[in-house]
Design a protein around this ligand. Structure first.
Ligand code: SAM
Length: 272
C-alpha cells in the first residue's frame, strides 16, 4: 500500500498530539495560514479541496468564505476533529490524496503542510492535478530547508549531542522537509503537468510561546515536530539532559514571556 508508514504515523500518537494541541498549533501557524489563504483567496461558488486538512483550520476558513470545501486526510483522529469544527459547512473524507479522485473536479486545491508526505511525489501530484477543473489552481505551503528554519535547527542542534549517531537521512524522504529543494519541487510539479509554477519564499515568525516563556515553548517542542520525534525514543535520564539543553537554547529568544524564532516556507502557486 502506498504511504503505509505515513498512514500509520498520522493515525498513531502524531495524530493524537495534533488533536490535543489544535488551538496551539493553529495559533503558532497563523502567519503561514495568512500567507496561504491571501494567495488562495477562496470565493463563494468555488469547489475547493484541502489536502491533508488535518484538524481543519484551513477548511473552516474556506467554508467561511462561502466556498464548498472537501478536506481529505489519512488521519482518522485529525479528520474527526476537522469534521466537528466544520459541522454542516463542509465535508471531510478519509483518503490518500495521492489516489483520491473526485468526478466533479475542483476550482482550487489548497494545502497547509499536507503535501510533503508522499512516497512518490511525482505520481501523487499528477493525481492531484487530475482533480483540477479546467482553469483551476493549486496553492500550498511547505517548509524550506531546516537550515533556514531557526525554530527547527536550533533545538535540533541543542539535542543532537545526546542522540546516537544515525546514518545520513535522505533529504527527500517523506516528511516536513521533503519539498524543501525548490528545483526538485519545480520539476515534480512540471512533471505532474502543472503550468505557470511559482515557488515564492516567505519568511514567518514561529511564535513558540505567546506569554508563557520558555516553559510554554518547551511544551510544544517536546510534543510535536522534529525535536519531539528525535526525543521520543530516549530514556528518561537522557530526555532530562535534552530538556536542559533546549531551555538554554531558547532562553535568548524569550522576551516578556514571548518566544519567537525564524521560520521559512515556500508558498507555491500553479495553474491546471
Ligand atoms: C503537518 S500536518 C498538517 C495538517 C493541517 N493541514 C494543518 O496545517 O494543521 C500534515 C497532514 O497531512 C496528512 N497527510 C499526510 N499524508 C497524506 C496523504 N497521502 N493524503 C492525505 N493526507 C495526508 C496528515 O495526516 C496530516 O493531517
Amino acid at each position: 500500500m502506498p504511504n503505509e508508514d505515513q498512514i500509520e504515523y498520522w493515525n498513531d500518537s502524531a495524530g493524537e498530539q495534533w488533536v490535543a494541541e489544535q488551538a496551539t498549533m493553529d495559533a503558532m501557524l497563523v502567519k503561514v495560514t495568512e500567507a496561504l489563504m491571501t494567495r488562495a483567496a477562496p470565493k463563494s461558488g468555488q469547489r475547493v479541496l484541502d489536502i491533508g486538512c488535518g484538524t481543519g483550520e484551513t477548511s473552516v476558513i474556506v467554508a467561511d468564505a462561502g466556498a464548498t470545501v472537501i478536506g481529505v486526510d489519512i488521519s482518522g483522529p485529525m479528520l474527526a476533529l476537522a469534521q466537528k469544527r466544520l459541522g454542516a459547512r463542509g465535508e471531510t473524507i478519509r483518503a490518500d490524496a495521492s489516489e483520491y479522485q473526485d468526478q466533479s473536479g475542483f476550482d482550487l486545491i489548497i494545502s497547509r503542510f499536507g503535501v510533503m508526505f508522499f512516497d512518490d511525489p511525482a505520481a501523487a501530484f499528477a493525481n492531484i492535478h487530475s482533480n483540477l477543473k479546467s482553469g483551476g489552481r493549486i496553492v500550498f505551503a511547505c517548509w524550506r530547508a531546516p537550515q533556514e528554519n531557526d525554530w527547527v535547527i536550533r533545538p535540533m542542534m541543542a539535542v543532537k549531542p545526546f542522540m546516537p549517531e544515525t546514518p545520513e537521512q535522505d533529504p527527500h524522504a517523506p516528511g516536513p522537509f521533503a519539498l524543501a529543494d525548490p528545483e526538485r519541487l519545480g520539476e515534480i510539479l512540471e512533471m505532474a503537468d502543472f503550468k505557470e509554477v511559482s515557488i515564492e519564499p516567505v519568511d514567518i515568525e514561529m511564535v513558540l510561546a505567546d506569554s508563557g516563556g520558555v516553559d510554554q515553548s518547551m511544551h510544544f517542542l517536546t510534543k510535536i515536530g522534529p525535536t519531539a520525534k528525535a526525543m521520543a525514543e530516549m530514556d528518561d535520564a537522557t530526555k532530562a539532559k535534552m530538556h536542559e539543553a533546549l531551555r538554554e537554547v531558547l532562553l535568548p529568544f524569550e522576551s516578556d514571556g514571548r518566544v519567537a524564532l525564524k521560520g521559512a516556507i515556500w508558498v507555491v502557486q500553479a495553474n491546471q
